[in-house]
Ligand binder design. Structure first.
Ligand SMILES: Cc1ncc(COP(=O)(O)O)c(C=O)c1O
Length: 459
């Protein structure tokens, strides 16, 4: 007869164990074959699929491929390998692999000391993510105008500096580069942090130094749309251990990255509440491979652009985009500014008819969050709840802050954004493709403009 519970001896006292063994056998969360079925859908080559299969098998700890950079044991995780490659390629002391470029920016701004009552100077042209990340950190973006490089105009920065300013956020625009030496000089003079947003120019250089390594923080998007990219990812470079730790606090749950993850603060101010922007192991495995190809990709793009612009004539009614470093920029777009929108329209249509892919916005284009006045989540001055809007923050108001955003604040950006013609370039163009494209541009511009050897050169 079965003994009642009160008659049974506890295992502690030499009785039978209630749970001697577990019969249920778990299945891997994601098995190798399931994983391969996903990988095959991306159309990788046979050799790449073999590499992926080998990698997953070696990762399989009995539970299936382990895809999180979390409790990954003693060996180097895929994310750590990605970070190591990033440090080696960029020559940077610290690197963090993240889930997005926006996550990199948010972590960088928080680490830089952006918070309630502070301002960050951002360029009028770039992408909304930069300004949004400032707000996410509790600060307020202030836009400065651009010059003909389409990057932050160093001459327009100082008039925006107030006692509330803590950082500058120079942003690379479509492969091009800001005048980083000039921007750094202003930042150092005013003791401001520099958060570089290099999402659109990963691998570009200014004076033989990578963008993202000038400032205190270098932020990159590693999304599929970018120069280096897998699916969704980000990379953050920092120069100091303290800033690396602060950025990690924001990006990894307030301090979960530490050797003893739940330990008390190791020093005053070490920990603060953060979010989770961890990069996944799968993304890191892809991004490590992609990052190793970066220099070759950049070189191909740059060669294509140089081949084309070296053959272009100069025209009185056209101003080519200023290239702050002709050899260092990535060169995946070729831009120029016709004298008027009307002239631009004619040139744009004629270029397309010649088979040259290009675009121009004009004044009646749909909104675009790459220019300050169309960044509606910001310009509408809302938070998730009204009290949570950085611009309504009492600390900000008490310090005299009163940012408002409207078209006309940055007239050069307004004008160039409307008037610019962008020709997209492909890294795989052959020398003949480049010759034909250059000939097409010369043909169209000669039809509508005046050749002039003294006009602004292409580089
Ligand atoms: C200049 C710039 N900054 C930041 C981002 C945001 O990157 P992600 O999409 O990886 O968050 C982008 C993406 O397009 C960008 O172009």
């Amino acid at each position: 007869m079965k003994k009642s519970y009160t008659q049974q001896k506890l295992a502690l006292q030499g009785g039978h164990q209630a749970v001697g063994s577990i019969g249920g056998r778990g299945k891997p969360k994601i098995g190798v074959e399931e994983f391969m079925a996903v990988a095959e859908r991306f159309g990788f080559s046979k050799s790449a699929l073999k590499g992926i299969r080998d990698a997953i098998k070696s990762e399989d700890l009995g539970r299936g491929a382990f895809l999180a950079n979390y409790y990954s044991g003693l060996k180097e995780s895929k994310v750590q390998a990605f970070e190591r490659v990033a440090r080696e390629i960029f020559g940077s002391k610290y690197a963090i692999g993240l889930s997005s470029g926006t996550g990199a920016l948010h972590s960088a701004f928080a680490a830089a000391g952006v918070g309630p009552g502070t301002e960050v100077i951002c360029p009028a042209i770039g992408f909304f993510a930069t300004a949004s990340a400032v707000v996410m950190a509790g600060g307020v973006p202030v836009f400065c105008d651009v010059d003909e490089s389409l990057s932050m105009d160093p001459k327009d920065i100082e008039r925006h500096i107030t006692p509330r300013t803590v950082a500058l956020a120079p942003t690379c625009v479509m492969g091009s580069v800001p005048d980083m030496p000039a921007i750094m000089k202003i930042a150092r003079k005013h003791k401001l942090k520099v958060v570089e947003d290099c999402a659109q120019s990963c691998g570009a250089k200014v004076k033989n130094k990578f963008v993202g390594t000038y400032g205190d923080f270098g932020c990159f998007s590693i999304s599929a749309y970018k120069i280096v990219g897998g699916g969704e990812g980000g990379l953050l470079l920092t120069k100091t251990k303290r800033e690396w730790e602060r950025a990690n606090c924001m990006s990894e749950g307030g301090g979960l990255w530490r050797p003893v993850r739940f330990a008390r603060p190791r020093y005053d101010g070490e920990l603060f509440c953060g979010t989770n922007y961890r990069m996944s192991e799968l993304e890191a495995a892809i991004d490590e491979v992609q990052l190793k190809k970066m220099l070759a990709v950049v070189k191909r793009f740059n060669t294509v652009k140089q081949r084309i612009i070296s053959k272009l004539q100069t025209f009185r009614e056209i101003r080519p985009q200023t290239l702050n470093d002709t050899k260092g920029e990535v060169g995946y777009t070729l831009r120029f500014f016709p004298e008027t929108i009307e002239l631009g329209r004619r040139i744009n249509d004629a270029l397309r008819a010649e088979g040259i892919g290009c675009g121009m916005r004009g004044l009646d284009a749909p909104p675009d969050w790459h220019i300050y006045h169309d960044m509606f989540p910001l310009t509408e001055v809302n938070g998730p709840v009204p009290e949570n809007c950085a611009l309504h923050c009492p600390t900000y108001l008490k310090k005299g802050g009163k940012a408002v955003y409207q078209r006309g604040d940055c007239p050069v950006a307004d004008d160039l954004h409307a008037r610019g013609i962008s020709i997209s370039l492909n890294q795989w163009y052959t020398a003949t493709d480049c010759r034909n494209i250059a000939a097409g541009i010369n043909k169209v511009l000669s039809a509508y403009c005046t050749t002039d050897a003294n006009a602004k050169p292409w580089f």
